[in-house]
Design a protein around this ligand. Structure first.
Ligand SMILES: Cc1cc2nc3c(=O)[nH]c(=O)nc-3n(C[C@H](O)[C@H](O)[C@H](O)COP(=O)(O)OP(=O)(O)OC[C@H]3O[C@@H](n4cnc5c(N)ncnc54)[C@H](O)[C@@H]3O)c2cc1C
Length: 354
């Protein structure tokens, strides 16, 4: 049995199945609601129930306090419907967002490549029309025997919806990434859903872009750059890819070749801990330090896209803001893991809005 959910102020309606959360129902209809942790912990997806009855599910008492429940609030990521319901949601007007409904897929692994000693390139063939997504978005992968799904950003361009590429770093002690590295084989079937996320290029602002990647945080910028080049983008793009040492660097030949063929692309690999036998003559330091050396430390009039481990993203936000690029022009994707603890803390403490 399903109920009807009406979302104000847009007035759109979706059918919500028994036991399905408000957030899941909306994303599967291509309606984006603000959200972050997905488990009732952070409160980012708080909405007002204007009419009807909901079950709050596993919403934490901190993310949704008693007075808020009494005052008609709920969390879209845990709430299910007990009747037809109308909610008031804080939907921002994002002109560059495409409507890409979340769907479930079972794909076949057709490519496995050791990109580095701890990064595996995984290519998955999807059935039918494949996945419609915006460059920069991610999928949730389900791994046999591991509870819950794991997020991995799409490294391939949207023009290849049937053959997606993921870059998977082995997390020490990580169950899913350990399985992907040690057990996953060609021909295996994998379940995934997507696309998710609001990390995509804001094309309506036709300005130069700064793409900052740490480790496998190269995945989204790779998809974005391939997509923009395919679309004939004419604005300058600077990609800085930070890793520890030479053995951690991958796709170097690809980006050197792209930069040689496309004058709008500048590619800067940077090593934070080059080894004596690396023979490295390129840039050294952290990503934000390589960034600081550019544009006289002033970044206004650009858009920045930051992707990778949370400390790298935070350091880059600080550098960009010190160089007069502000929140509205900085877009981020943090590669959180269960070890990062507070899964809801996805907005920068440097940013004003929460
Ligand atoms: C939007 C997004 C996109 C991402 N894209 C990519 C990508 O493209 N490529 C990529 O490599 N990674 C990406 N990541 C990160 C990736 O999702 C994680 O590395 C992955 O979920 C780890 O799964 P796992 O099962 O191997 O690790 P888990 O088993 O979940 O463990 C992860 C770490 O947390 C520790 N841990 C586990 N449980 C707890 C606990 N309860 N308390 C404290 N510590 C704990 C473990 O020891 C381990 O160090 C992305 C993350 C996000 C949020």
């Amino acid at each position: 049995m399903s109920h009807t959910l009406t979302i104000e102020p847009t007035g759109e309606s979706v059918a919500v199945e028994e036991g399905q959360t408000i957030l899941d129902a909306c994303l599967r209809q291509g309606i984006w609601l603000p959200h972050a942790c997905g488990h009732g912990l952070c409160g980012t997806c708080k909405v007002e129930v204007a009419d009807g009855e909901v079950d709050h599910g596993d919403a934490s008492g901190f993310a949704l306090m008693d007075f808020e429940r009494d005052g008609g609030k709920t969390l879209a990521c845990t709430a299910t419907l007990r009747s037809d319901v109308t909610i008031e949601a804080d939907i921002d007007d994002e002109p560059d967002a495409r409507r890409c409904p979340v769907r479930d897929f079972t794909g076949t692994v057709v490519g496995l490549e050791d990109l580095t000693h701890d990064v595996k390139g995984v290519t998955i063939e999807l059935p039918g029309d494949g996945i419609a997504f915006q460059a920069g978005q991610y999928v949730n992968l389900t791994v046999p025997g591991v509870e819950g799904a794991r997020a991995f950003s799409l490294a391939s361009p949207p023009s290849r919806p049937n053959r997606i590429e993921l870059h998977v770093r082995r997390v020490p002690g990580g169950r899913a990434t350990g399985w992907i590295h040690d057990t996953l084989a060609l021909g295996d079937r994998l379940r995934l859903s997507g696309p998710y996320g609001r990390f995509f290029v804001r094309r309506s602002a036709a300005v130069p872009s700064i793409l900052l990647a740490g480790g496998t945080g190269l995945s989204s910028p790779k998809s974005m750059i391939l997509d923009l080049l395919e679309q004939g983008w004419t604005q300058p793009m600077l990609l800085i890819h930070g890793v520890r040492a030479r053995r951690d660097l991958y796709d170097e030949a690809l980006f050197r070749d792209l930069a040689a063929r496309h004058p709008i692309l500048t590619y800067v690999p940077v090593l934070s801990d080059p080894q004596p036998d690396d023979g490295w003559e390129g840039e050294t330091g952290f990503v934000h330090e390589a960034l600081q050396r550019r544009f006289d430390g002033l970044y206004a009039g650009r858009k920045a896209y930051l992707c990778g481990p949370p400390p790298m993203v935070e350091a880059c936000i600080r550098t960009l803001m010190q160089g007069r690029l502000f929140e509205r022009d900085i877009h981020t994707e943090r590669f959180l893991t269960a070890g990062d603890g507070d899964a809801g803390k996805v907005r920068s403490p440097v940013f004003r809005r929460l």
